[in-house]
Write a protein that binds this ligand. Structure first.
Ligand SMILES: Cc1cc2nc3c(=O)[nH]c(=O)nc-3n(C[C@H](O)[C@H](O)[C@H](O)COP(=O)(O)OP(=O)(O)OC[C@H]3O[C@@H](n4cnc5c(N)ncnc54)[C@H](O)[C@@H]3O)c2cc1C
Length: 446
C-alpha cells in the first residue's frame, strides 16, 4: 500500500495519496479518466465517449496484452457486447449453446436458458477480445495511453482533483471531472483510495492454460465438478474446458478459499493433473501459457466510491463466486456507472452535482446484492471439506439433481432467476444452515 501523506493545514489543503509528483509540469484536463483498459474500462470508455464526454483511458500494460482468464462469454456477456456493437464479430467465430456439468458419475446438459440476454454464448482469448473492445473505444472517440501507470491522487472537497500517472519516463498530472477505476483484481489504484478486500469471504484461486484439441469447436462449455488432486482428494472447486473455435481450448481449474479455510492447492499443478485426465477424451496437446491468479468475489470489498469516483468490474469484486466469471459484470458496471454519472450531472452537465459516494454502492447492491450473496453462501459451503463429497452425488443424480442442476447451471452462467433464488434458499434451509444469518453479516460494497 502506498503511503498517504497529509499537508499541514488539513482543513483547507488537498490530501495526497501515493507519491504525488507532477513536477515536470505536464497537465492534462479530461472529463472522464478511466484507470484500466480491460473489458470493464474499455466498455466504460465506449459508453462515456458515446455520451459525448472527453474520455481518457490509461493502462499500465502495452496493448494487446494477455489476461489470465477462462475466456468464457456467457449470454449475459454477449448481450452487453451487443450494446457495444461487438457481438456479431465475436459469435461469428465461435458460439456455444450452454454448459455440460460432469462429476460424481453423472453428466448434466444445461442449455443457456432463453432469457432476456439471449441464448448464445461464446469464448475468445482475452488478448484478442480486450483489443477488440479497446479498438471500439478508440473508434467511439476515447483516447488510450497504454504503458501508463496511475500511481497517486490529490484529493479535495469534490473528491479526486488530480491523478499522477507515469507515462514512460514522464510524469503527467491528469485533472479529471470523474474517475472510473477499472484496474482489476488487485486494484492498485483502488487501494490508494482505501478499497479493502474482505478475505474472510470466499475468494478464488485459479489457473488457466491453452491446449490444442480436436474438439476446439464443440458447441458446449464443460465443467468438471469432481476435481481431484493426484492423491484422489476432492478439491473445493471445479475444472473447465472452454472450446475457443480456433484450434485450442482454454483449460483451467479453480478452487474456493476463505481466510479460515484456505484452499491448500497448487492450482498450476492441479491443472496439469486435470489436463492429463482429460487428454484422451479431448485429444489435448500439452498445456501452454499456464498462468494463475486470485479473485475476490461477490462484492466482498468496501470503499468502492467517493464523490467523483467509482470502482467497477473486478476492482469492485463483481465476479460470480461460483464460477469466477466477471467479464459480463464488468461491462455492465461500466454501463451503469456512465448512466449514473449522466443522470447526476443532467443536461446542463453540472459536474458539481456529481455524488457517487452513496449512490454507487447502493446501485451495486440493488442490481447484484441478492444473486451475489446467494452464490457466495453456496460457494462458502463448498469450502467445507466434507460438503462436496456428501452433496455432490446427491446434487448430480436423482430427483434433486434434476431440479438443482439446471438452477446451478443458471447460477454458473450468471443467469439466475427468482425461482432459482427460492429453490437454493429452500435447499439451503433444508440442509439446516442459516442463510439469513450469513446474509446479515456479509460485507457487500459497504
Ligand atoms: C483463472 C481465471 C479464469 C477466469 N475465467 C473467466 C471466464 O471464463 N469468464 C469470465 O467472464 N470471467 C472470467 N474470469 C474473470 C475475468 O478475468 C475478470 O472478471 C475480468 O478480467 C475483469 O475485467 P476488468 O476489466 O475489470 O479487469 P482486468 O481485465 O484485469 O483489467 C484491468 C486493467 O487495469 C490495468 N491496471 C491495473 N492497475 C493499474 C494502474 N495502477 N494504472 C493503470 N492501469 C492499471 C491492468 O494492466 C489491466 O489491463 C476469470 C478470472 C481468472 C483469474
Amino acid at each position: 500500500m502506498m503511503a498517504v501523506t497529509k499537508p499541514r493545514n488539513e482543513s483547507q489543503a488537498p490530501q495526497f495519496a501515493g507519491n504525488f509528483d507532477a513536477e515536470d509540469g505536464h497537465v492534462v484536463d479530461v472529463e472522464v479518466l478511466i484507470i484500466g483498459a480491460g473489458p470493464t474500462g474499455a466498455a466504460a470508455a465506449i459508453h462515456a465517449a458515446r455520451s459525448g464526454f472527453d474520455t481518457l483511458m490509461v493502462d499500465a500494460a502495452e496493448f494487446p496484452r494477455d489476461k489470465t482468464c477462462g475466456d468464457g462469454l456467457t449470454p449475459r456477456a454477449i448481450h452487453e457486447l451487443e450494446s457495444l456493437g461487438l457481438a456479431e464479430e465475436i459469435t461469428s467465430g465461435y458460439r456455444n449453446r450452454g454448459l455440460k456439468l460432469h462429476g460424481f458419475g453423472a453428466s448434466v446438459t444445461a442449455p443457456w436458458p432463453d432469457s432476456a440476454f439471449g441464448a448464445v454464448g461464446s469464448a475468445m482469448p482475452r488478448k484478442t477480445l480486450d483489443q477488440l473492445i479497446v479498438d471500439a473505444a478508440l473508434r467511439a472517440g476515447a483516447r488510450l495511453w497504454d504503458g501508463t501507470y496511475a500511481q497517486a491522487v490529490r484529493l479535495g472537497d469534490r473528491g479526486i482533483e488530480e491523478v499522477s500517472v507515469k507515462r514512460g519516463a514522464r510524469q503527467v498530472c491528469v485533472r479529471p471531472k470523474v474517475v472510473l477505476v477499472a484496474d482489476g483484481v488487485r486494484s492498485t489504484f483502488g487501494r490508494i483510495l482505501g478499497r479493502t478486500w474482505h478475505r474472510g469471504e470466499v475468494y478464488g484461486i485459479a489457473a488457466r492454460s491453452y491446449c490444442s484439441s480436436s474438439f476446439h469447436d464443440e458447441p458446449w462449455i464443460h465443467s468438471h465438478l469432481e476435481l481431484r488432486d493426484e492423491l484422489g482428494v476432492i478439491q473445493p472447486g471445479y475444472g473447465w474446458i472452454f472450446p475457443l473455435g480456433n484450434g485450442d481450448v482454454n483449460l483451467g481449474c479453480g478452487a474456493l478459499s476463505t481466510d479460515r479455510r484456505p484452499a491448500k492447492v497448487n492450482t498450476k499443478k492441479l491443472l496439469q493433473h486435470y489436463a492429463a485426465h482429460q487428454q484422451t477424451e479431448w485429444e489435448l496437446g500439452e498445456p501452454r501459457l499456464v498462468t494463475s491468479a486470485m479473485l475476490p468475489m461477490g462484492g466482498a470489498v468496501s470503499q468502492v466510491s467517493g464523490p467523483n469516483w467509482a470502482l467497477l468490474g473486478d476492482a469492485a469484486a463483481c465476479v460470480n463466486p461460483l464460477n469466477g466469471e466477471g467479464i459480463d459484470y464488468g461491462m455492465e458496471t461500466a454501463r451503469l456507472a456512465v448512466e449514473l454519472i449522466t443522470d447526476n450531472i443532467g443536461d446542463a452537465r453540472s459536474w458539481s452535482r456529481l455524488t457517487l459516494k452513496d449512490s454507487w454502492p447502493a446501485l451495486l447492491r440493488e442490481r447484484y446484492g441478492k444473486a451475489f450473496l446467494l452464490a457466495r453462501t453456496l460457494a462458502r459451503a463448498l469450502t467445507h471439506p466434507k460438503f462436496l463429497p456428501a452433496a455432490g452425488p446427491l446434487a448430480m443424480r436423482g430427483p434433486l439433481g434434476a431440479k438443482l442442476m439446471p438452477a446451478a447451471a443458471r447460477l454458473m452462467g450468471n443467469l439466475v432467476t427468482p425461482e432459482d433464488e427460492d429453490l437454493v434458499a429452500r435447499t439451503w434451509r433444508a440442509s439446516g444452515l442459516a442463510m439469513g444469518k450469513l446474509r446479515r453479516h456479509s460485507p457487500l460494497w459497504s
